[in-house]
Design a binder for this molecule. Sequence first.
Ligand code: WT7
Length: 696
Amino acid sequence: MIPDKVPKDDVFYGAAELQKGAHVPTFEKYKDMYMQSIQDPDKFWGDMAKDFFWKSQHTGRFLDYNFDVTKGEIFTKCMAGASTNICYNVLDRNVHDRKLGDKVAFHWEGNEPGDESMVTYRELLHAVCRFANVLKSQGVRKGDRVAIYLPMVVELVVAMLACARLGAVHSIVFAGFSAESLSDRIMDSGCSLLVTADGFYRGDKLINLKILADEALQKCRDKGFPLHRCIVLKHLSKEAHETSLSCPPAKRSCPDLQDKETSRVKKSRPVPQVPWNPEVDRCWHALVAAASDQCEPEWCESEDPLFILYTSGSTGKPKGVLHTLSGYMLYTAATFKLVFDHRPDDVYWCTADIGWITGHSYVTYGPLANGATSVLFEGLPTYPDVSRMWQMVDKYRVSKFYTAPTAIRLLMKYGNEPVQKYKRDSLKVLGTVGEPINPEAWHWYFSVVGDSRCPIVDTFWQTETGGHVLTPLPAATPMKPGSATFPFFGVVPAILNECGEELEGPSEGYLVFKQPWPGVMRTVYGNHGRFQSTYFKKFPGYYVTGDGCRRDKDGYYWITGRIDDMLNVSGHLLSTAEVESALVEHEAVAEAAVVGRPHPVKGESLYCFVTLGDGRTFNPTLEAQLRKQVREKIGAIATPDYIQDAPGLPKTRSGKIMRRVLRQIARGEKDLGDISTLADSSVVETLFINRCQPAL
Ligand code: WT7
């Protein structure tokens, strides 16, 4: 399956010096290790597990599973029966056994240049212990779910690891999501406590997070799900709203987390008044100031839940992807180490928000498990100007840099000068994730950002896979621009045709996996049936990714995009059904259909067709209301780019909307192919004439 030889032409290599001392220095070595990982996964992962602390050893098989729905329940178990704690492994073990207490865990940089701090492994451990004690004092116990709704601050890492220390299950909701999305997630995972902040600035824009959190809690109450406790971090200002927050005039955060006395908020900007409900709200700073910095970890079983993270589902309702302890720990640690070829003196920067899986696996767990020094960035790539990222690469001497194709395409538009005015000689490996990277963006990233020295690891994976599943290894794998190349260790991909037959050699079809790796998701929280039907029903015996894939003559894998009703906007998955249901909730809308239209920066943009109810007319006010409605129901990333009045939608005689036709109309493709199955083909003409023009 892995080719014997890799091609000499049309491939790229990074600098040869990267091979010296690399964990996987050659393609030969990759192939050997890959074969071992498939032939004897227990030994392969067993060796990796030796790096970690186990309170007691596993009892059953190392990796046990059933991927075939016809043979019974789907399950994966890794190191069942073993007892450990992930927080202990990523902090205490580094501080005590590996003597990394004084090593910087995170260089934090805020939205405003100059607003910065750093935290060592020892300080992080103390801060986490304090907050774990706080959670305990608020009644949080092993197995309880805790919702976290915070911006990119060190305290977000502190809160998640504090949960892990207690064996509580964190459910992090991206701080760009709406109040409604937060309340849905709190209720679905049955959280007993919420951790949030007063607010934050994203570029010039103020996000009043506490107001959104309050709205979410009100929605929960209205639906008979009262939450009794909300812990509020004061992030925006150290002094301005002491009165409204009833906080002691403490310095920001825990005593262990110091930061420079710079202003978080520009003088000219407002700091919001924060609403305060004394029944429910508690001040983070007051609680941690009174808490001990010692806290025994709760020893948990390998298959105990670690976290729930929601991802869009094609039926509209987001799915709570559940990951468990030991397998996720092993897998994120191993992928981080090998895919970024981690070395002790690296400075690593992943620009993803912790609210997404990339941040869970490759800002928090993977890097910390390896004792890495990372940059944690609150701001935007374009604020205060478009060279912010490169200025930070220079400032922190970043050696491994991981971002999304959408960010690369965005910055590419501004040319080479903003990049080249900063030093990037520290860079060694560049990574991308979230969507296919187009060759043009790849070449710019490779030649301009990386000065043609640094390999690009195009990592394909999903919230569900926990970590990278198809990816180059930087010193070993010859790269082809736009291809995620080959499987990671322990991963067995296959390409199936519509009948479910495995295709050999060069081919294109459904990307599936034939067996689990330690970090694969275990279930959809509270709905194992949905888990089985979403991922295992279509092709019994396989995990179905939902992505299309092509394998070329050299065995390289190329992701061709989603083949279900999902859209990928700036590397974030959205389901068309979710956006459609937000639209039809507006009283004027009778029916809606949403499709993707290619976008030069975002990958895809949302193109919505709406059919209005009788007597309603389409006008700019209604259009603005609909945009707002979707933003409020889901979040800013789901804001429609185009909304078109559709007096009729193209339907088959059985009433099914022909999305293919809508996609073609949105793209302006004149040749619609065979539309003979449409009940009324005249609607197509009207839609075509009135289609929205691309924004200038
Ligand atoms: C979907 C998963 C994994 C973290 C970010 C997104 C697409 C992801 C790549 C890549 C082509 C990619 C797929 C996948 N995707 N990485 N390197 N090349 N496509 O996580 O929200 O769970 O989305 O993102 O379509 O299924 P997610």
